[in-house]
Ligand binder design. Structure first.
Ligand code: BGC
Length: 465
């Protein structure tokens, strides 16, 4: 984090700071809108008479929209620019938020949650893309993790909004409606920022690209405008000559497996059942609706605090160690939750144990899998296939998210609540094994070294460092 801030200072002008704040609204959007439903659901289910299946759809249709949003925006970002794609996503966000707030029945709410999902999927993919294309290489890593910090801040904000509106007439409508504020801020804010130099170059607008780069680098003594323009040209040529099917080439495939493995495990350990259903889980422990929502705020704070810890430690301790420690921690928490829901005695006498386990779970996720997935997919792929591979990995992440969120309540009925947590715990064990054997350390290494190491036969064995 300190490197990130000093790097921005070193760039010597306010433009990068403004751009970072605006890009962080993209992360906020992602977090806010995925988090806000947790509290709102408790009121919606009564008000709109939504059963389990309807509730699952209200939560998870947003994710279907996000899968599509990530796909379309990959195309739009090239076609009409990153900047205009983000402006549009801000506008779509406003429409979605208003539509949800004024929904008169479940189908209308589901429809507008899908619209919101389009904007969320777009923001999740184009925000890091935009940031990485405007930032100087030496602070790019900090900026990537900063985006995850914005995601967690967005989730926390959504919990606070839920808390503030829980006793206000119109409760859930306000909770969903205030989301138009970050949406509008994103659309308006993006109108004031430049196109990325990379996109301008791909359109053959070299002079404008140079001008933007000069403004972005300000008085940075390390700036090398000609060098950056040359590097962009080279990467652009490489990327233009790669097709999606190149991702399956023998030298890229192992990298794709790591990206997909991280994407899928990040969701299959059940993180978003905690993010989306924390108040539901807590109210199942016997707490009132109101205190469940209050306690959920602690989950949000813990997520932000431990993401800050991760941002500070990732470049010191390394990604691999944090990933492993974090995943062990969250697996232990899942087992505790499983035991808690198995034992009626614990449920009657120790509801704090459920909250404690939820907090342990989210802290462990926040120091490991949370930031490390997004960071690693920006590190492990060679330039020529990076954007395509990142897009495939992000879509896999949203698809896995959809599967887990869409089945949590039904799984509870099928194999009991405790069975569900034990199942996620077992997936946690598999994740630990996959990370231990397949995921390399990327801290302090050049992208070329990482790639060479990953494409060698026994990547996991040689990766400790
Ligand atoms: C994940 C989201 C999750 C969030 C929680 C992100 O890294 O991709 O699905 O809701 O972390 O902090």
């Amino acid at each position: 984090m300190s490197g990130f801030i000093s790097g921005i200072r070193a760039s010597g002008n306010g433009l990068l700071v403004r751009i970072s704040i605006i890009a962080a609204i993209g992360g906020l959007l992602f977090g806010f809108d995925t988090g806000v439903i947790s509290g709102a659901l408790l009121y919606i289910k009564k008000d709109l008479k939504a059963g389990d299946t309807a509730q699952e759809w209200i939560v998870s249709v947003l994710l279907l929209g996000a899968i599509l949003g990530a796909l379309i925006s990959g195309y739009l970002a090239d076609k009409i620019s990153r900047k205009w794609t983000k402006v549009i996503s801000g506008c779509v966000y406003v429409v979605g938020a208003l539509g949800c707030a004024f929904a008169i029945n479940v189908p209308m709410l589901i429809g507008f949650r899908f619209v919101l999902g389009l904007a969320v999927g777009t923001a999740s993919f184009v925000a890091p893309l935009y940031i990485s294309e405007v930032s100087p290489p030496r602070i790019r890593g900090g900026l990537v993790s900063f985006n995850q910090l914005a995601v967690t801040t967005g989730i926390l904000l959504s919990y606070i909004v839920n808390f503030l509106f829980k006793d206000v007439p119109g409760d859930w409508r306000w909770m969903l409606g205030v989301a138009l504020i970050p949406g509008a801020a994103l659309a308006i804010g993006m109108l004031t920022v430049p196109h990325t130099p990379r996109w301008l170059m791909s359109e053959g607008r070299e002079k404008e690209a140079r001008d933007v780069l000069k403004r972005l680098r300000g008085s940075d003594p390390e700036a090398d405008i000609d060098g950056e323009i040359d590097a962009i040209k080279k990467a652009d040529e490489e990327e233009k000559s790669t097709k999606v099917k190149d991702l399956l080439k023998a030298n890229i495939r192992p990298l794709l497996w790591v990206g997909l493995g991280l994407a899928i495990f990040q969701q299959f350990v059940g993180v978003n059942t905690v993010i989306y259903y924390a108040p539901t889980i807590l109210s199942d422990t016997g707490l009132t609706k109101s205190s469940s929502i209050t306690q959920t705020v602690f989950v949000g704070i813990t997520n932000v605090v431990f993401t800050i810890v991760a941002v500070m430690l990732l470049d010191r301790i390394g990604r691999r160690k944090l990933l492993l420690i974090g995943t062990v921690g969250l697996t232990v928490a899942l087992i505790i939750l499983g035991i808690y829901f198995t034992s009626p005695t614990l449920q009657h006498n120790a509801s704090y144990l459920a909250l404690g386990a939820l907090l342990l779970y989210i802290a462990a996720f926040a120091v490991g899998l949370g930031p490390v997935f997004w960071l690693m997919i920006s590190e492990i792929f060679p330039t020529g296939v990076r954007s395509k591979a990142m897009s495939v990995s992000s879509m896999a992440n949203w698809a896995a998210n959809f599967l887990v969120a869409g089945t949590f309540l039904s799984l509870g009925h099928l194999i009991t609540r405790q069975g569900t947590f034990f199942l996620y715990g077992a997936i946690g064990v598999l994740a630990i094994l996959f990370f231990a054997f397949k995921v390399p350390e990327t801290k302090g290494k050049s992208l070329e070294d990482i790639q060479r190491q990953l494409t060698s036969a026994d990547a996991g064995g040689k990766s400790k460092g």
